[in-house]
Design a protein around this ligand. Structure first.
Ligand code: ADP
Ligand code: MG
Length: 204
């Protein structure tokens, strides 16, 4: 995969597009076990990211990811803003300009550890880590874009029967069971958009 300027712009538009398109769904998920702002939070953040195009895509991949992360930290708000923003910033710090799979594996590992530290959380607590961690394992095991996107969707589904132990949903105790975690759903959408865009480019 060659991440030239056109591909970087395409990637940003795909990430923002899926969040904006699914904002209502993310809101309803957060209405069920949170305060109903996750769709709006994420939409606001990614609209702010889109507003930094075309300059954003002029940057190298690492600089672009750091800039996206900073915008998300500033604009998303809620518990998810600092976590999703940190994830992008750490990827930016760790990745070279033209990453190979091994670089992505190492960078996602570092980014996941940063999210864990910031959220004081671990997988199994019904948060976006329940998507990030299993998806990273598929990446590390050589899975292709289709396998990664499929695992992201399945991992988000698997959060439904979990008991929330972190974040606002944890205030509901047992009543958090039976609903998909909103942050897991948005993480799965972002991962799906990223790998689909990159695979398309890799095959052309
Ligand atoms: P808020 O909960 O402040 O309203 P959002 O609704 O935007 O923020 O985001 C909620 C999502 O953030 C949750 O669905 C969960 O995935 C994630 N989250 C919340 N707290 C944590 C945490 N401590 N560690 C990891 N993820 C968390
Ligand atoms: Mg919320």
């Amino acid at each position: 995969m060659t991440l030239d300027r056109a591909n970087r712009e395409k990637l940003v538009r795909a990430l923002a597009g899926t969040v904006i398109e699914h904002a209502d769904e993310l809101t309803s998920l957060d209405q069920a076990i949170g305060d109903g702002d996750h769709g709006l939070n994420m939409k606001r953040g990614f609209e702010a990211v889109l507003a930094t195009l075309p300059d954003l895509a002029d940057k190298s991949l690492p600089e672009m990811l750091k800039a996206i992360g900073m915008t998300l930290v500033m604009k998303v708000g809620g518990a998810s803003g600092p976590l999703v923003g940190t994830f992008f910033m750490e990827l930016g710090k760790a990745l070279p300009e033209q990453p190979a799979r091994a670089d992505l594996v190492a960078a996602t590992d570092r980014a996941i550890n940063a999210v864990k530290a910031r959220g004081r959380s671990e997988p199994g607590q019904k948060t976006l880590l329940d998507v990030l961690v299993p998806v990273q394992a598929v990446l590390a095991n050589g899975g292709d874009a289709r396998a990664i996107a499929a695992e992201a969707a399945r991992a988000a589904d698997r959060t439904a029967p979990m008991l929330a132990i972190r974040g606002r949903a944890s205030f509901l105790g047992e009543r958090s069971i039976g609903h998909m975690d909103p942050g897991s759903r948005s993480a799965s959408l972002l991962i799906g958009a990223a790998v689909t865009t990159l695979e398309f480019e890799a095959n052309t």
